[in-house]
Design a protein around this ligand. Sequence first.
Ligand code: SF4
Ligand code: FES
Length: 329
Amino acid sequence: MRASRLTIFTYAGIMGVPLLLFVMVAGLLANNPYAYTVVPALLALALAVFAVSGIFEIYLHPTYPGSKSPLINGESEVSRAVPKNTGGKLVTFVVKRFNSATKRLDSATYKARATERTTVLGALLSIKDYQDNTVSVRCNCRMGICGSCGMVVNGKPVLACETGVLSAAEDDVVEVSPMLGHPLLKDVVTDFDDFFERHKSVEPHLYRKDAKERYAATEEYKQSKEELDKFLPYSYCIMCGLCLDACPVVNSNPNFIGPQALSQVYRYHADSRDQKGKKRLFDIDTMDGAWGCEFSGSCSKACPKGVDPASAIQMLKGELMKSLPENEE
Ligand code: SF4
Ligand code: FES
């Protein structure tokens, strides 16, 4: 439980009473006139603070069992993310919660208040804090950088920390569900192990022919702006997995390596510093690799960072065609 201002007042009252009693007894023993006047007045004040803060604590503290606080009765107004507001709109959250014991997605409905600034992640954390602490949500940065809060909001795969409640709500209802393109763990939290393995399998790092060079490089690898522009947009991937969730091919063929890993193949292939050459293309020259893509474009629409994996895959297909013996210059 977090210490609130009320709790701090309670502690101040508790500490103040024995201290003042001690001072009063000492004053009486020393026959000091303050022991009959000022100290009893301060003692009464400390007792009053203690009593009043205790009453507030019981009736208004949101985490106190039986509290009369509006925060635990489905009308959250405050969360750690969203500053306190009094004029927010009441929104209904229908959260599809995965239950690993029953392997079912059960719906739970909550109410929360939202302003223009309230994000879906902020509202979910508020619900977790003040209404139902069994709701599981994964997040870290809360600023669209770590890629850990991906979920499906009203049918669209999005980063919950970058999605406003009011802009996502339809008829004041926000439906939140996990990304079904990834194995489910609990509620809206999904397992990324397989996703990370796919990423790792394409060796997403620069490859140099001279292995010792990395310990003995004599100068930096210079690049022109044109060389940089070839791969830079693809290096903005934050590995949120939204493109994988949106991809219709991944959802029908789990062996398809997926748009994120393929976009990273292109990112390193297009980098003038990389010396892996055709070997980088060899592993994805399959129906579970680049040729599995049906160019629906949903991966690029879902990407919150503008990575455009669909275009990367089409460029890879072009590179593969160029590398055919009859097309080689
Ligand atoms: S390509 Fe975009 S949607 Fe896919 S994992 Fe990277 S950042 Fe997320
Ligand atoms: S919490 Fe990091 S991207 Fe949403």
